[in-house]
Design a protein around this ligand. Structure first.
Ligand code: KG4
Length: 341
């Protein structure tokens, strides 16, 4: 048993990953994740199945996180859980479990906004010496459901400077992958295939949206029309051009993301930029953001790949900050499917 003051258990169940993490005095002691393979057969996450698998996974995942951290339940100071946004049924599993544990142990419950978790993922530290960003910084938050540029002024003050008016970057990857016959989620497959392709072979349309907002629905349509027109000439067009299609699509998505990010860097004059969310695992996004930061002489903060997708470590960090501020949550609070950062 470890005899420490601040031990936070965090639970994440907003979509199709069940995850639990333990933070001891602000440092990560464990982070356990059970992904759900069941959705692959359906080409997307099936909400009802996701909730059922969360129910099966939650007890073993939490037990394993405590075991790996060498913590007994009675050692815990607080329980943090993702309250939203996400799939309501999935959120209910994690939130109800966290509430039950908090009541049973007589310790505070802390609600965490999933998007704030992604934005604060740079603060996941395994050792005291791990570096963390200084405020203010910009975070390019790119996932299956979100594409936004956030100005992060403190652990609690975050302002959305721009966000997608239709599809998210991850959706653009996944939907275009689907029409090429690639498995779900398509983003990682496109990333892998793009490494062998020519990124300038095909041109797809880019949006002309004022300000710092994003749009990806036009690109999706332009991609579909390119396939349709070329398949009319060559039925094997996709098979014969797969790496080039992936590389060109990826380049277009990254160009769109970086164009607005560069504008935001100029507007805010920040000294560092972080990225977060599933799409921040993309190799071209990581390279593009690194190069952009070099151009402006500022620091790029790239999360470890294991912290790009949904994970409880980032929820633990965001929850720990609230715990230190004494921001506890009422036990009657329900999860929220849609909630802004
Ligand atoms: O943050 P996340 O795990 O959860 C949701 O928002 O649902 O993000 C998942 C998204 C999916 O769209 C997936 O295709 C995308 O992240 N993704 C990637 C890569 N890895 C995951 N997209 C492009 N390249 C990748 N390497």
């Amino acid at each position: 048993m470890i005899n420490c003051k601040d031990i936070v258990l965090a639970i994440e169940s907003s979509c199709d990953d069940t995850s639990a993490a333990v933070l001891v005095n602000g440092l990560l002691a464990s982070n356990v994740l059970a992904s759900q393979k069941v959705h692959e057969a359906y080409g997307g996450v099936v909400p009802e199945l996701a909730s059922r698998v969360h129910q099966q996974n939650i007890v073993p995942v939490v037990s394993e996180a405590l075991r790996q951290a060498g913590i007994e339940k009675s050692d815990l100071s607080a329980i943090a859980c993702t309250l939203g946004p996400g799939l309501l049924g999935s959120l209910h599993v994690g939130v109800s479990f966290a509430k039950g544990l908090a009541i049973g142990l007589g310790i505070p419950l802390i609600d965490v906004n999933h998007l704030q978790g992604h934005v604060l993922a740079q603060f996941i530290r395994e050792n005291e010496t791990d570096p963390i960003p200084e405020f203010p910084y910009l975070c390019l938050l790119v996932s299956g459901g979100n594409s936004q540029i956030v100005l992060v002024e403190s652990t609690e003050k975050m302002t959305i400077l721009g966000l997608t008016i239709d599809d998210a970057a991850g959706e653009a990857f996944d939907k275009c992958a689907k029409v090429m016959g690639l498995p779900y989620p398509g983003g990682p497959h496109i990333d892998r295939l793009a490494s062998e392709g020519n990124p300038t072979k095909f041109k797809f349309s880019k949006p002309h949206i004022p300000g710092l907002d994003y749009s990806f629905s036009g690109l999706k349509t332009s991609f579909l029309y390119t396939l349709r027109d070329n398949i009319a000439q060559d039925p094997d067009f996709i098979k014969n051009n797969l790496p080039d299609l992936c590389a060109s699509l990826q380049k277009t998505i990254v160009d769109i993301l970086l164009d607005k990010l560069e504008k935001a860097i100029k507007q805010t004059g920040v000294k560092s930029v972080a990225i977060g969310g599933g799409v921040s695992a993309n190799s071209a996004v990581r390279k593009g953001v690194t190069d952009l930061c070099k151009k402006y002489g500022i620091t790029a903060w790239l999360p470890k790949l294991k912290y790009t997708t949904d994970n409880a470590a980032m929820i633990a960090v965001a929850g720990y900050f609230k715990y230190k501020r004494g921001e506890y949550c009422d036990l009657s609070i329900p999860p929220f499917a849609r909630v802004s950062i």
